[in-house]
Design a protein around this ligand. Structure first.
Ligand SMILES: Cc1cc2nc3c(=O)[nH]c(=O)nc-3n(C[C@H](O)[C@H](O)[C@H](O)COP(=O)(O)OP(=O)(O)OC[C@H]3O[C@@H](n4cnc5c(N)ncnc54)[C@H](O)[C@@H]3O)c2cc1C
Length: 289
């Protein structure tokens, strides 16, 4: 029974399958998920399945350790970007922070941050939304700066083109559809006009002190590619037949997620496929398969 995770903690496999710069990503969870189970199965003829170049990856504190830290847990994540903007080292926005609710964008935006110059971004908020930031913005171990003017903030954003950042903020403030009411509980359609990278919802001007900014890089949660299993939870071989006595469950099962991930489904798939594979293995041992 294989249930030992994906290959997220294996820098060599990350680079080989996810692509360039994935060796530089941080890992949100255990250091032990190095793809050992997947590799053992492939070595005896199991079929690779699913989105091998994809994974679940989020915005994660730029100075978080290489692997997860159980004392901090989830809290290196920074998921309130729909309320603000994100800028890269060039001082430019690069993604629609308000394309959808956080639950539908957070797992794919880690890869977008990884593809920015030097693999980081700063999330920018002004005082209008600070009380709405998620709990993970109130921990001690994070990369945060605060300022009373935008010019002062620009100087504090380590690694960011100061002049371009100030220009970006000016253009941003002029683009916000302030005539549309702001409502973070629904997709409010309060977007931007005339920007090369639009924001679709929850756009607010950034003009009211104090200003806060949080530095993030990519935190990889798990990889999407894995093994093909049957409806009995048995691992299938490249010729499409089950490999007798080999079962698999959890994130090393491929074919569940492609390009993105809806929040909460990792644990659900682990529980469902765990039951499936456990039942299947029980029947196999009892000679009923
Ligand atoms: C920080 C974080 C937050 C998350 N938040 C959520 C959430 O809110 N909701 C949600 O649904 N999902 C969440 N997930 C995803 C979810 O945790 C995983 O999808 C799920 O735990 C996968 O279960 P699994 O049993 O396949 O792997 P894991 O839970 O990773 O277990 C694999 C185990 O195998 C062990 N192992 C690895 N290699 C070997 C080996 N060679 N020999 C022996 N043992 C080995 C590992 O040490 C580990 O204990 C989160 C993940 C992380 C990292």
């Amino acid at each position: 029974m294989l249930a030992c995770g994906g290959f997220e903690s294996n820098a060599e496999m990350r680079t080989r399958y996810l692509g360039p710069t994935w060796d530089l990503a941080k890992v949100r969870g255990t250091r032990f998920n190095t793809g050992a189970g997947i590799n053992m199965a492939l070595a005896i003829g199991a079929k690779p399945h699913g989105n091998w170049s994809g994974g679940h990856a989020v915005g994660w504190d730029m100075n978080a350790p290489e692997f997860g830290d159980l004392e901090v847990g989830d809290n290196f994540q920074k998921h309130s970007y729909p309320l603000g903007i994100m800028v890269n080292a060039n001082g430019l926005r690069f993604v629609d922070e308000g394309a959808d609710f956080r639950n539908y964008t957070y797992a794919k935006y880690g890869a977008v941050i990884l593809s920015q110059p030097q693999q980081f971004a700063w999330q920018i908020f002004d005082s209008k939304v600070l009380d709405k930031l998620r709990d993970e913005y109130r921990i001690k171990r994070m990369t945060k700066v605060r300022a009373d003017t935008i010019e002062e903030l620009a100087k504090k954003l380590e690694g960011v083109d100061e002049q371009q950042f100030l220009k970006t903020i000016k253009e941003w403030n002029a683009s916000v559809m302030t005539e549309v009411p702001f409502n973070p509980a629904v997709k409010d359609g309060r977007g931007t006009r005339g920007l090369a990278v639009p924001k679709s919802n929850w756009a607010n001007t950034i003009d009211q002190a104090p200003f806060e900014a949080y530095a993030v890089t990519c935190g990889l949660t798990f990889t999407f590619g894995g093994l093909k299993i049957s409806t009995e939870g048995e691992v299938e071989s490249t010729d499409g037949h089950p490999i007798p006595g080999l079962f698999a469950a959890g994130e090393l099962v491929g074919g569940l997620f492609y390009h993105n991930y809806p929040g909460g489904t990792g644990l659900v798939s682990g529980a469902v496929l765990g039951k499936l594979a456990g039942d299947g293995a029980g029947r196999y041992v009892a000679g009923k398969n």
